[in-house]
Design a protein around this ligand. Structure first.
Ligand SMILES: Cc1cc2nc3c(=O)[nH]c(=O)nc-3n(C[C@H](O)[C@H](O)[C@H](O)COP(=O)(O)OP(=O)(O)OC[C@H]3O[C@@H](n4cnc5c(N)ncnc54)[C@H](O)[C@@H]3O)c2cc1C
Length: 323
């Protein structure tokens, strides 16, 4: 690992000042479970001169309901989400998604902000520099996307462009189904962005001088059902090959509301709006769930080796909606 300066920030303003002063040469560290691996393997196109530790900022680890909204501070840890009584009772999809991330050791230190901002897991992008040199790819701004002609079995089937890596965050999928909004701060003030709009094929929507402060969610419509399901290759600790988060509400025996997001298939969580439309006004049944699953993946354009992800996505949606 190359050397870098390290600074413990004690307020958001202090952290923002440090990022602004280093003009793109500083990087935020929260739990460090993603960032430190990237630094060790020399993956990042610009190696940071300064690491700003934000875990020393007090008061950013809350999980609370405030009137009509759930508010989660960027430093809330995944184990806290997974173990939260409030989430289990009212935002189960988020609780289940947090509990499905990695293993207990990582969940004990990883934060919500870090989970949403973590880098992609594409094996070409992450190829360690010490094993024969960095692979310069489209995501690093200087090369092709090697997955297009290479081993793309885990890459995007929807929405890929220039880069076909998928968003690895389980929480992003749950937040997208809940309509979560991120509050991002910078020296220019605060802005909000929907979690579903935060990602693009070449990276997330965060400028060098911005920090995620909070994620908030409007109270889920009525007393409905919420579920998160994830398909992985290895069972105990693994990233999603495909995941599905669904938040539905039934009235008078029919679906009145439905929000479904799919993970592991696109550069960000993919809102399956066509599937949602299929459900509204209809009685839950296995046949309807299968119909919604077909609609969800309409328009998928798999690469040479990942057409099977379409079948996995359909199976998960059928299970989430039908059972
Ligand atoms: C073995 C293993 C298995 C894993 N399995 C899963 C899995 O199944 N599902 C899943 O979702 N994830 C998985 N992960 C990824 C893990 O969840 C993330 O590494 C973790 O959530 C990142 O959180 P952190 O606080 O450690 O982030 P850090 O490593 O500190 O930061 C990650 C990135 O986010 C940036 N960042 C952090 N906080 C902020 C902020 N508030 N504002 C702006 N930028 C910020 C950092 O600069 C860095 O670029 C796994 C990781 C490992 C090592």
């Amino acid at each position: 690992m190359k050397t870098f300066d390290h600074y413990d920030a004690h307020s958001l303003d202090e952290a923002l000042g440090l990022l602004a002063n280093r003009c793109g040469k500083a990087r935020i560290n929260a739990g460090g479970t993603d960032l430190l691996g990237l630094l060790k393997d020399g993956v990042l196109p610009r190696y940071p001169e300064l690491i700003v530790n934000i875990k020393t900022i007090p008061g950013l680890g809350y999980i609370e309901e405030d009137g009509e909204r759930l508010r989660i501070g960027a430093l809330a840890r995944l184990c806290e989400l997974a173990g939260s009584k409030l989430l289990r009772e009212r935002y189960a999809v988020l609780c289940e998604a947090a509990g499905a991330v990695a293993g207990p050791q990582i969940r004990n230190v990883a934060t919500v902000g870090g989970n949403l901002c973590q880098d992609v897991r594409c094996w070409y992008y992450r190829y360690p520099a010490h094993l024969g040199g960095t692979m310069e790819c489209a995501r690093k701004g200087r090369g092709p996307c090697f997955a297009i002609k290479g081993d793309n079995r885990y890459h995007a089937i929807l929405g890929g462009r220039k880069c076909f890596a998928v968003c690895p965050s389980d929480l992003a999928v749950a937040f997208a189904a809940l309509g979560g909004q991120m509050t991002i701060v910078s020296p220019r003030g605060e802005r909000k962005i929907a979690v579903g709009d935060f990602y693009s094929p070449l990276g997330n929507g965060l400028a060098d001088d911005e920090i995620v402060k909070e994620i908030d969610v409007a109270k889920a419509f009525g007393p409905g059902r919420q579920r998160f399901l994830k398909f992985t290759v290895r069972k105990p600790i693994d990233f999603a090959i495909v995941s599905v988060a669904a938040v539905t509400e039934e009235k008078n025996g029919v679906f009145a509301n439905a929000r479904i997001a799919i993970g592991g298939v696109a550069p960000g969580p993919f809102r399956a709006e066509k599937a949602e439309e299929k459900l509204i006004g209809k009685k839950p049944s296995e046949a309807l769930a299968a119909e919604a699953a077909e609609a969800a993946v309409e328009g998928a354009r798999p690469l040479s080796k990942n057409g099977w992800k379409i079948e996995v996505a359909k199976a998960l949606i059928t299970r989430v909606i039908g059972s």
